[in-house]
Design a protein around this ligand. Structure first.
Ligand code: FAD
Length: 429
């Protein structure tokens, strides 16, 4: 008789809530990871770096579990089917996992739970990915917050008043003894991307100086922890603990992450491609394909936008300030549906996460919760003056800019500003 711990977005043994529960339970644990073909088959780029990141994280995880006397079983199958096959080989008494808040994941987990219960197996899932979830942070009227500042205030109050702790799952060893092969990247249908991944190491000084440096892309003074948070190679509790007392601003960024997960959970219509504020779906977008291509390729004639898109294309990362500028430019200067940009970022960002990405795009489009009002149109030149005055970021990603023979802007700023204001006015009345 065994239990199974199912890894998903929590690829670590350290401070893992569900793994801790499993290893503290009555049955020895078989840890598994399932490569889900309904996710992998959607990835057109067979050099997708995220698959490679997961593969590397699993290799590391496997060796950590081996050191503790067990092994990680890696499957490539539809999750429900994978469990049905596993149940033929093992007498599974209980399945443990951690919560996931996206709609596909919720229905996937429901189907596994229903099947498990029909087989007299227990299925239990834990909060791990966020500090507060579901209905833990609500307004005085018991409704979900849709504005960040009061949400964050309540979040901090709750943190101060709760006994939260890290889970010492790394010290437990109740695994079943086993030895499994790991499928190669090639066997999964993928190849090396050639990209490199940010390390998990960043200094406390970076956190302390975050507030003054974070908005300057040329300084590259942010943590780059996002890809690790995305796949759970670090725990959010550990990061919050590090932030406390060092930087309120950096802590707030971690709270934004919780906030957007909560929005996804409470407002599932955003998972169906709809605007958070539904009236914004009345917008008439121009959706010019050539202009979209110019944006994607970093050839809009606006150096700061082009630098951002080239950073994204070459590294899978883009600085947050520039994500805001590039997103705003696509939506407001080119009048291209924010969903096109959202999809492009989803394809390219190593740290792509539905909640934060959708939140960022709808913020830029003005259609999201707590969004920038639609009549605030970023001026790319002023943004450059403020945040890349020395042009160090632009010169890094757009080397031809040094010669100042730069292509003409794809659209005039003042013309675009008037055009977008008229379009929003027409749609929103
Ligand atoms: P730091 O500045 O060091 O911040 C620490 C962590 O806080 C980040 O790793 C992230 O987990 C969290 N965080 C910071 N800012 C935000 C934010 N605005 N919303 C939610 N969480 C935040 N972030 C993603 O993780 N995945 C995405 O797919 C994503 N798409 C975005 C799309 C747009 C249009 C915009 C404007 C922002 C998007 N962000 C996304 C948020 C933000 O840009 C990145 O989290 C950040 O740039 C990652 O770099 P870092 O790890 O160095 O962050």
């Amino acid at each position: 008789e065994i239990s199974v711990f199912w890894f998903r977005r929590d690829l670590r043994i350290e401070d893992n809530a569900g793994l801790f529960a499993a290893l503290s339970g009555p049955y020895p644990v078989l840890p598994i990871f399932i490569f889900d073909p309904s996710i992998l088959d959607k990835l057109e780029n067979k050099k997708d770096a995220r698959v490679e990141f997961i593969h590397a994280a699993l290799t590391q995880l496997k060796s950590e579990i081996q050191k503790r006397g067990g092994d990680l079983l890696i499957l490539h199958d539809k999750p429900l089917h994978a469990f049905q096959s596993l149940a033929q080989k093992f007498s599974i008494k209980k399945i443990y996992t951690n919560h996931d808040y996206e709609s596909y994941a919720i229905s996937r987990d429901d189907s596994v739970r229903q099947w498990a219960e029909s087989q007299n197996m227990l299925f239990e899932s834990f909060k791990d990915q966020v500090i507060f979830e579901k209905n833990e942070v609500l307004t005085g009227q018991n409704t979900p917050y849709t504005v960040f500042t009061p949400y964050s205030r309540k979040w901090k109050e709750k943190l101060a008043n709760s006994e939260w702790k890290q889970f010492e799952s790394e010290n437990l060893t109740n695994y079943i003894p086993a030895s499994f092969e790991i499928p190669s990247l090639r066997q999964l249908g993928f190849e090396e991307s050639g990209l490199s991944f940010p390390s998990l190491i960043f200094s406390d000084d970076l956190i302390r100086e975050y507030q003054i440096k974070r908005d300057y892309p040329g300084l590259d003074a942010t943590s780059h922890v996002s890809v690790h948070l995305r796949f759970g190679t670090i725990s959010i509790r550990k990061l919050v603990k590090r932030a406390l007392g060092k930087s309120e601003t950096w802590l707030n960024e971690l709270i934004w992450r919780d906030f957007y997960f909560n929005i996804t959970f409470h407002f599932p219509h955003i998972g169906q491609g709809l605007a958070f504020r539904k009236e914004y779906d009345r917008m008439h977008w121009r959706n010019n394909e050539q202009e979209f291509d110019a944006w994607k390729n970093g050839q809009t004639g606006y150096p700061i936008v082009d630098a951002g898109m080239r950073e994204l294309n070459q590294t899978g990362f883009m600085h947050n300030r520039v994500r805001m500028i590039a997103a705003s430019f696509l939506v407001k200067h080119l009048l291209i549906d924010w969903r096109w940009g959202e999809e492009y970022f989803a394809e390219k960002l190593l740290d792509f996460d539905f909640s934060a990405n959708n939140g960022g795009w709808q913020w830029a489009a003005g259609s999201g919760c707590d969004a920038a009002p639609y009549f605030r149109v970023f001026n790319p030149y002023l943004q450059t003056q403020k945040f890349d005055k020395e042009l160090s970021y632009i010169r890094k990603w757009v080397p031809e800019f040094q010669e100042f023979h730069y292509p003409k802007p794809i659209v005039d700023h003042e013309f675009a500003r008037k055009r977008v204001l008229a379009a929003y006015k027409e749609a929103l009345g």
